[in-house]
Write a protein that binds this ligand. Structure first.
Ligand code: SF4
Length: 478
């Protein structure tokens, strides 16, 4: 779909296109000939700003709304943009007859709006009511948000001196077709050792920085990529060096991830280092799908890895699934959920397939299930988690998700991963080590979030690790 938007506010066009993206995918912005044209006009009269959206081309129709302009320039810009986006959303909803699952929301963290409303003194019920009334979020998703926020409010809140610690291992055994991360294939493993050496140097610097600034680790998380791409011996060296970042933390997680990278010696090295949470991510129980999406493991390998981890002593195991994979229908997804339910992990994360431009999924687009099927799969995921006694405890959305759905993390009570919540809600500072890690300093009340990224390129990271440390010191300079 080619879309042309004419607006007196060029600075709003990108986000207007995101609203249109809720109804059409793929979508490209055009400056001349287009399938659909959006004409935005507005005027301020009698203290009200009237916004008018007209559609022409493959759709006909329009929508108008009125708002009172605000005095504070920042609030005014935010609410003005919201008004224009809502006018366009309603015009498209009327013209297409579609009701997107998350209404007009295009942001990745819908829980933020709930916290914003709670901050204004609204009750949780009223905050959810606002999500339906203002943003047209479907009732089942407004209810989901309420449960997520309720669960999060029962978790330990971060003290000002606490920071989360992240270590990234940007290697994978093979590349999943839907992947848009920076991870590289391990290949012969030539870069693993120099990467480990650089990481050890950064870990040492991070420990010194924490001590100097009086900071305490709250949650420790090793992710990727695939952390178990390291050898058992490299894993032991990294986790031994990282003990001062791990021991004081309230939780320790290694997202082992790919079952084809796990072995008894690696899992033992992780467990011996004091890690209690681990992730074994099957994504689906169908071998033909696994092959189609470029994951070089089978259902049987995923199950073996899970039982091995259990035997070694991990009592908090997460499994990731993806709804909307190519060639799968709701019955297949249900069968995967039945399989996972029989295995009984403590955490279940139900993702929805997200087709990003940087991924290699585009040639499988024809075999993707339609939006309704994906919406049903997501419902099945929710029911399965409920059947396992789990609550939803974090949630985020991405652009280009199948059926405009969301990724939802479920956990048994007491088995929630604090790191996941902190990251999604942006409430806790993060010291991030490794290529592509983004350190973040969050000031009290989230007044300011400042970031210091490490370089993404592995070779550059190895060469410039001292510079990465200097960036972190600068971030915590005062
Ligand atoms: S395991 Fe994760 S990081 Fe690695 S290729 Fe697959 S999606 Fe990407």
């Amino acid at each position: 779909m080619k879309l042309r938007i004419d607006s007196p506010r060029p600075d709003f066009i990108k986000e207007m296109a995101e609203v249109a993206g809720l109804f059409f995918y793929p979508l490209t912005l055009a400056e001349d000939e287009a399938d659909l044209r959006v004409l935005h006009t507005e005027e301020v009269k009698d203290g009200l700003r009237r916004c008018d959206i007209r559609l022409s081309g493959c759709l006909d129709g329009g929508y108008q709304n009125s708002e009172t302009p605000q005095k504070d320039p920042l609030t005014e810009k935010r609410l003005h943009k919201r008004q224009v986006k809502l006018a366009l959303y309603h015009a498209l909803k009327l013209a297409t007859g579609k009701h997107p699952a998350w209404g007009s929301l295009t942001g990745i963290r819908p829980t933020r709006l709930i916290y914003e409303a709670l901050g204004e003194g609204l009750s949780l019920n009223r905050a959810c009511g606002r999500m339906m009334e203002v943003f047209d979020v479907r009732p089942e998703n407004a209810g989901l948000l309420a449960t997520v926020v309720e669960t999060q409010r029962q978790l330990p809140q971060a003290a000002p001196h606490e920071v989360d610690v992240y270590i990234g291992i940007p290697f994978c055994p093979s590349r999943c077709r839907y992947c848009s991360f920076i991870s590289m294939q391990v290949g012969r493993g030539d870069l693993l050792e120099p990467y480990t050496q650089a990481l050890l140097r950064e870990i040492e610097g991070a420990i010194a920085l924490l001590a100097e600034k009086g900071l305490t680790p709250r949650a420790f998380y090793m992710g990727g990529g695939t952390p178990t791409a390291l050898t058992a011996e490299q894993m032991t060296r990294v986790l031994t060096a990282a003990q001062p970042l791990m021991r004081p933390a309230r939780e320790r997680t290694v997202e082992a991830g790919r079952p084809d990278s796990m072995s008894e010696d690696k899992l033992r090295a992780i467990r011996d280092a004091g890690v209690e949470r681990i992730s074994v991510n099957p994504q689906t129980s169908f071998d033909e799908t696994l092959q189609a999406i470029g994951r070089a493991h089978t259902k049987a390998q995923a199950e073996q890895a899970f039982h091995l981890a259990r035997r070694i002593g991990f009592d908090s195991i997460n499994m990731d699934l993806i709804a909307g994979l190519p060639g799968e229908d709701a019955a297949m997804f249900e069968s995967t959920l039945d399989w996972v339910s029989a295995i009984r992990p403590e955490n279940l994360t139900v993702h929805t397939l997200c087709v990003k431009r940087s991924s290699d999924m585009h040639r499988l687009m024809d075999s993707l299930p339609d939006e309704e099927a994906v919406a049903y799969m997501v419902q099945l995921g929710r029911a399965a988690a409920d059947g396992l006694g789990m609550n939803p405890y974090y949630l985020y959305r991405q652009k280009h998700m199948a059926g405009n759905q969301a990724n939802v993390g479920y956990a048994l009570p007491g088995k929630e991963c604090l790191y996941n919540v902190d990251t999604m809600e942006d409430t806790v500072s993060v010291l991030a080590l490794g290529a592509g890690g983004i350190s973040k300093r969050v000031t009290p009340g989230r007044v300011l979030v400042i970031r210091a990224p490490n370089v993404k390129n592995v070779a550059q990271y190895i060469d410039r690790v001292d510079e990465m440390l200097a960036r972190k010191k600068e971030l915590w300079a005062d």
